[in-house]
Design a protein around this ligand. Structure first.
Ligand SMILES: Cc1cc2nc3c(=O)[nH]c(=O)nc-3n(C[C@H](O)[C@H](O)[C@H](O)COP(=O)(O)OP(=O)(O)OC[C@H]3O[C@@H](n4cnc5c(N)ncnc54)[C@H](O)[C@@H]3O)c2cc1C
Length: 388
């Protein structure tokens, strides 16, 4: 039976980053993934699934050697972030205010995964098992046995990075708390009349925000949050009719738009009650899914990756048994409260902007204006969002 130090289940963005970061510590790592990402070619349309990658996540992707490749493929930096409900409360965050050249990059999820896969396929400490599926996990006090569809392997530690509906979480019998939001999100890739490159913006409405994420050239990823029925109606429209709805409802900052691609996503909040059970750990969306309003989901997952690498590196450095559950427990201590804070902040924003009471409206716009006039508050909020 093949024996590994760590087995990572799920080779998405977070699982692939975790496998690399642990292999860098000299551990023997296997990664299990159901299906490989499609290869890149420059003439491909932009994928619908894109992420706003924070400065902290950029740092991790650089450390793992994936950033250079991503830069050669395609990504779009943004220097400014605009948020408002009414034009008078328009608040703009600028990279210069926190002495940075940019606030983040919009990158396609698949390309982040692919760039990490290129690195892990070259790594002598990593075995990539794909296509492969997890069937069962049995934990003993000394190791974990994983039954896969074509073989059985052993690991000292198993990391569940298998997304929001994590099977590892289920097999480990770890419960979750959470709910489905009343809103859904529609992701729409558009070609715009005007270039959008250096700003990302979000206008809040009681029905949900409208957001624009810039893509290279005259392209943008629009995110339309609304109640489920309205998103269902919009999803059924032809691309031409949807473009008309965008022109009527989105701020007049895009110029004319042509819809290239679209899809709707339900919004859910899930938080695993534990990130650790013995030798089984959860990271990324397997541990937490958050309202995507502030584009923090994968950035939190990358913070998990860093924290886990740090905990294990420290234990190895101190000559401890890095795989003992009591050592692994500090990963949960480092991450669960931080993730909970971010999830709760997002929910407070979601609830506050969904409120139709004129008093609440006044208070939230006054709040935005206050942020605008107190630079220290504004810069603190910005640094937190950028993960620095
Ligand atoms: C509408 C929307 C917009 C978003 N925008 C942003 C944003 O701007 N910025 C941001 O940071 N985040 C954003 N997010 C969140 C972000 O997409 C997720 O946090 C991120 O994709 C999670 O990555 P992951 O690797 O943890 O999980 P996943 O991407 O779900 O990867 C899990 C992997 O595990 C594999 N897998 C699952 N089960 C098994 C199994 N049994 N055996 C083997 N393999 C398995 C899957 O095939 C998959 O590859 C958004 C989310 C939504 C819904």
């Amino acid at each position: 039976m093949n024996q590994f130090d760590c087995v990572v289940v799920g080779g998405g963005m977070v699982g692939a980053a975790s496998a690399l970061s642990l292999a860098e510590l000299g551990l023997k790592v296997a990664i299990i993934e159901k299906s490989a990402p499609a290869i890149f070619s420059p003439e491909q349309d932009f994928d619908l699934r894109v992420s706003a990658i924070s400065l902290a996540s950029e740092q991790l992707l650089k450390q793992l050697g994936a950033w250079q490749q991503l830069k050669q493929w395609r990504m779009c930096a943004y220097k400014r972030l605009g948020v408002w409900e009414f034009e008078q409360s328009y608040t703009e965050f600028n990279a210069q205010d926190i002495n940075q050249t940019h606030l983040g990059h919009i990158v396609e999820n698949r390309l982040i995964q692919l760039a990490l896969w290129q690195k892990l396929q070259q790594h002598s400490n990593i075995t990539l098992l794909c296509p492969e599926t997890l069937i069962n996990i049995e934990q003993s006090p000394t190791d974990v046995k994983l039954t896969l569809s074509s073989e059985t392997i052993n690991a000292k530690v198993v990391i569940g990075a298998d997304g929001a509906n994590s099977f590892v979480r289920k097999l480990a019998n770890i419960g979750t708390t959470g709910w489905d939001y009343a809103q859904s999100a529609m992701l729409i890739n558009v070609q715009t009349e005007k270039p959008q490159q250096d700003i990302t913006w979000q206008q809040f409405y009681p029905t949900g925000p409208l957001a624009m994420l810039p893509m290279p050239g005259n392209f943008a990823s629009l995110v339309w949050y609304h109640d489920k029925d309205e998103i269902k109606r919009l999803s059924a429209l032809s691309n031409g009719n949807l473009a008309q709805e965008i022109l009527q409802n989105f701020p007049a900052r895009l110029g004319n738009v042509e819809v290239i691609n679209k899809a709707a996503f339900p919004l859910t909040r899930r938080h695993a009650n534990q990130y650790q059970k013995g030798r089984i750990l959860l990271i990324g969306d397997a541990a937490h899914t958050i309202n995507p309003m502030a584009g923090q989901g994968v950035n939190l997952g990358f913070k998990d990756v860093k924290a886990l690498q740090h905990v294990i590196a420290k234990a190895i450095g101190n000559g401890e048994s890095w795989h003992e559950p009591k050592v692994l427990a500090s990963y949960q201590q480092k991450r669960r409260t931080d993730n909970l804070l971010m999830m709760t902040t997002m929910d407070a924003l979601y609830l506050s902007f969904g409120h139709v009471s004129p008093l609440v409206k006044l208070a939230r716009n006054a709040g935005l204006m206050m942020v605008n006039t107190v630079p220290s508050l504004k810069n603190k909020a910005l640094a937190y969002a950028c993960g620095i």
